[in-house]
Structure formats: C-alpha cells, structure tokens
Design a protein. Structure first.
Lengths: 282, 301
C-alpha cells in the first residue's frame, strides 16, 4: 500500500482519517440497519409488523406459505426473471461482440442508445410503452412485460460483456478461424469460454433486475397479474404486517444467496480448473 | 495477417469484420431499443397534443391544451420544483457522505477490500421495494428510533418521522449511496498513487496533497455520481409512494396518478415528456463536459 506512513501524519491528518473511518462505519450501518431490522422482525411473534419484539416465532412464514396470491406472484416473477436472464444475456453478448469487434455505421449511436434504458426514469419508459400499445390497440400481455424487462436489463449486460470482451484478444479468434474453424465454432470454442465470467455476471444481474423491477412493472403488467414487487406494494397499502417482513426476508435470502453461491461456484470451478491444468502440465 | 486473407471468411464474399455481419448481430437489440424505447417516446410526444375527452378516452384532434395547462397551472410547477429540490438535496448529501467511504476503501491498508466493495454491491441485489419499506421499521411509530427513545424516556409520544420529506430523502439516500460511492471509488482507483507521494515529498501536508491532487483527480467520479443520483432521485416513484405522505409525492407519482388514476393519458404523456426533457438536458449538459465513459464505468462496475 503506497499510502503515506501513518507515523508521518500530522494530528490534523490523523483526525481526518479517524473521521473518515467513523463516517464509513456509519454509512455501512445506515446501509444495513433497516434490512437487518426487517429480517429480525420477520421472526416476531407479535401480530404487529413493528417493534418491540415479543418473542421468537416462525408462524408468519407459515402464513406466508399459505398465501396463494404471494406464491402465484412469486412463480410469475421467477418465470419472467428466468426468461429475461436467458434472452438478455444472449442479446447482450451478441451486441457487445459486435460493438467491440466490428466497425460499422451507427456503432457509436448504438453504443450510447443501448445505455439509455438504465438512465431514463422507469416511469417515463413505463408510460411511453403503455401509450404506444394503447395507440396500436394491443392489450397488455406477459410477453410485453418480459420484453420490457429485457430492455431494462440490456444496458447492464452489454456493459459487463463489453468490458470483458475488450480484454479478449481478437488474435485468438483469428487464429482459430485461420486454422479452418467456422465463425460459430470459433465463437463457441474460443470467445464464449473466455467471456464466461461476464456471461454469468450478466445473467445474474439481468435476473435480479427483472425479479426486482417495480415501477415499470406497475405500468406494463396485464390486468390482474401481480409480480412479486407489485404484490409487496399492494400488501403494504394497508399496513406493514409481519407477513410482509417474512416475505421480505425470503426474498433477501434468495436474491443475495443465489448470486453469492453463483459467484463462489465460479471461483471454485476456475480454481479447480487451474489446478488440474497445472497438474497435467507437470 | 490481414483479415480478408483468412480462408474461413471467403464464403459469401463477406470479409472477416464485415459491417453487414455487425448489423445482423446488433439487429435484435436495435429492434428492441427502437420498438420499446425510441418509438414509445416519439408516440408519447405526439400524444401530448391529443385532446382529453373523459377518463380513458381521448381524441386525435390536435391541441396545445395540455401544454397550456402545464405551463399555466401552478399545481404542476409546485411538483416540478419540489422534485428538482429533492433530487438536488439527495445528490448533494450523497456526494458529501459518500466521499468518505469511497476514500476509505481506496486508502485503507485493510486486506479484505473486496469485502467492503461487495457489501456495497449486495444492496443492489435486495429488492428495492423491500429496502424501501424496511425504513418503516426504523422511522415509523413502532420503529427502532421511536421505541428506543420512548423506552429511554427521551420522548413521551412517538415522533412523526415517517411520511415526511425527510423520510423520502432518507430512502433515496439509502438507494443511491452505493451508486455514488462506487462512482467515486472507480475514479479514485484510476489515480496514480505516486502522484500523492510526489506531492508529499515536495512538502505538501496530507491535507494539501488531498486538496491539490486526490480531490481534483476524483472529480470526474464525483460528477458522474451527482448526475446519476440526481436523475434517479428525480425520476423515482416507489420511495415517495412508500415513505412520503400525499404531499411528498414527486413528479413520478404525479405521472402515475394522472395515467393510472385519472386515466388522463394526454396529460400524463405531457408530464412524462417534461420530466424526460429536464432530466435529459441535465444528462446532456453532463456528457457535453464529461463524456459518457465515466457513467459507463460506474454502471458497469
């Protein structure tokens, strides 16, 4: 670490550093305190959603499990998110490949426009699409909702894939092709494996973006369909119940657990691969 | 090796990096962007000139009534000003508070830096709705602060903290701080650390080295963070909906109510276009001076 040695610090510098540490700690507490409170309260025996804790109980999870509307919303969100993750990853990888490897008319425009869904407020994208399908007299449908989610997740997947693609030298692909491999075979055997971390990261991110999407889904969902976040919103309309806390906790465990396990798996697999190649090299 | 001498590319007479192939590859994404983003915004623009008849019904006879209503009715101006104010306050607090953790992660000798960074990314994985409503447990009448303060005898009756503008800003800070911290951190990471050492060896105090070297070099990240936080805060819908009272509604809520509640589509389109232009021009002014690359780094990181 090239930071100046602590000893040479003036008292003013030490004070500033101490302040930095304290504020950093406070920011992390600020980030996680509400979430921890929700998780803790989901085990509250009380029939009210807030503090104080009156005892430990799992009954709100039971109640949740029997709530058919929640289960249905969960399944719908899961399917939408899975389809969004698969399609957006395919679309994003191919688009990033073209943006990095090729030179074509409209490349810089596309490179900018593809980021816009992440910057334009969801309310505007939501209203816009709604007005368009009203104007062409198409009813809202799950298909449109999914395509909308793909639009919202696309910028992130393209950015991740682009960043990784820049690091993959085109020499490798050209070598494979000059040895007679077809384009598709080259992409499968050379490009895709080298892009794997971006593929995994992009898919996970696309999944969470879709699973988590609230504002745009409120506009795009077909009548009578609730996704998980819109279901939570409607449950919050009356008051905050312990059931919502339990639901929140289940969602937190899922959405934090899945990427964490996924990330750890990728690490383990790549480490194992390295070890086996090293051993075969011996 | 030149591209066109490669054997696998000879078929169909397309060169290795033929633009036509690139267009084929980007066609699906481009189509999606056109049909689901560009076209909707254009149609929305046309819709602002439609005539509102009654809830859910409008006529294609062109009028400037919606725009006239927007420019003359102070009801809308109030929402607009409040939205801009909340956005600016949120972005500024984010910048001031967020700089410290970003600097700490950059400068610390702590080995497990990745853990600190991971903890900043974890909130992105947690449902935004859940993160927002969890503030009710902190600020609400049965929230952590009120329950403890009453137990300690500091207050007699619960304080009204929820459903205020402060609660909305708090929720927005919670949502936007990781964006800000990561943007500043990415910028700090790009600084050549020997520059700081050089400043120190030339006799700068730490404070001077920070003021003269580190801070100016991290400004691009700070600017990107400010822009992103402002745009996202001003466009928010869920946070004011859950943590604010009716009076704390922002422009996003107004748009939602106009369309989904009053079914006044032409007016909803007008309000959306207004928000789009205001936030768009903020982003345009930013990219005019700073370029897109910094936002790209912040979003992708």
């Amino acid at each position: 670490m090239s930071r100046p040695r602590r000893k040479s610090w003036s008292s003013e510098g030490r004070l500033a550093w101490a302040l930095t540490r304290i504020i950093t700690l406070l920011v992390y507490i600020f980030m996680f305190a509400p979430i921890v409170a929700t998780v803790v309260l989901s085990f509250n025996a009380s029939q009210f959603g807030g503090f104080p804790m009156t005892g430990f109980s799992l009954r709100w999870y039971e109640v949740l499990w029997q709530n058919a509307r929640v289960i249905e919303a969960f399944q719908i969100s899961l399917w939408i998110a899975l389809v969004t993750a698969v399609v957006t990853t395919l679309l994003g990888i191919v688009t990033a490949f073209a943006l990095v490897r090729f030179d074509f008319l409209g490349k810089s425009i596309l490179g900018t426009v593809v980021i816009l869904p992440a910057l334009v407020p969801e309310t505007i994208l939501g209203v816009g699409l709604l007005i368009l399908i009203k104007a062409i007299e198409t009813p809202r449908s799950l298909g449109i909702l999914v395509l909308g989610h793909i639009l919202l997740a696309l910028p992130y997947v393209v950015l991740i894939a682009q960043a990784r693609m820049v690091g993959v030298k085109r020499i490798y692909e050209e070598a494979a092709m000059s040895l007679g491999a077809s384009r598709l075979a080259t992409f499968r055997a050379i490009t895709l494996p080298l892009l794997l971390p971006a593929v995994v990261a992009g898919a996970l991110l696309a999944f969470t973006i879709s699973f988590d999407n609230t504002s745009a889904s409120l506009f795009w969902r077909p009548a009578g369909v609730e996704t998980m976040p819109t279901q939570i919103l409607s449950m919050l309309k009356t008051s905050i119940s312990p059931e919502v806390n339990a639901l929140g906790t289940v969602m937190i465990v899922m959405t934090v657990g899945i990427p964490l396990i996924g990330g750890i798996l990728v690490q383990v697999v790549s480490r194992l691969k390295k070890r086996t190649t090293r051993e075969t090299a011996k | 090796m030149t591209a066109d001498r490669l054997p696998a590319t000879a078929k169909r007479g397309w060169s290795l990096y033929d633009p036509r192939l690139a267009w084929l590859l980007v066609a699906p994404a481009a189509l999606l962007l056109i049909c689901f983003m560009i076209l909707p915004i254009v149609v929305m623009g046309i819709y602002t000139f439609y005539t509102f008849v009654t809830a859910g019904v409008e006529e294609a006879s062109l009028t400037v009534a919606n725009w006239h209503e927007f420019f003359t009715d102070s009801y809308y101006h109030g929402f607009l000003l409040k939205t801009l104010r909340v956005g600016m306050v949120t972005a500024l607090i984010c910048a001031v508070v967020g700089y410290f953790p970003a600097y700490f992660i950059w400068a610390t000798a702590f080995r497990q830096k990745w853990l600190l960074l991971l903890l900043l990314i974890v909130p992105f994985w947690i449902s935004f709705t859940i993160r927002t409503f969890s503030w009710i447990h902190i600020l609400g009448e049965q929230g952590l602060i009120n329950v403890w303060a009453m137990k300690l005898g500091l207050i007699e009756a619960p304080m009204q903290m929820l459903y205020t503008e402060g609660a909305v800003i708090m929720g927005l800070l919670h949502f936007l701080l990781p964006y800000m911290i990561l943007n500043i951190y990415v910028s700090l990471e790009g600084i050549d650390r020997t520059l700081v050492q050089a400043a120190r060896s030339m006799g700068c105090t730490n404070a001077q080295a920070f003021r003269e070297v580190t801070l100016p070099l991290s400004l691009p990240g700070l600017a990107a963070g400010l822009m992103l936080c402002f745009v996202l805060a001003a466009g928010s819908y869920v946070t004011p909906q859950l943590l604010g009272s009716g009076r704390d509604a922002l422009f996003g809520n107004l748009i939602y109510d106009t369309i989904m509640g009053q079914l006044n589509w032409p007016m909803g389109a007008t309000l959306s276009i207004v928000l789009f232009f205001i936030l768009g021009s903020v982003a345009a002014i930013y990219t005019r001076f700073m370029g897109m690359s910094q936002i790209v780094k912040g979003l992708g990181g």
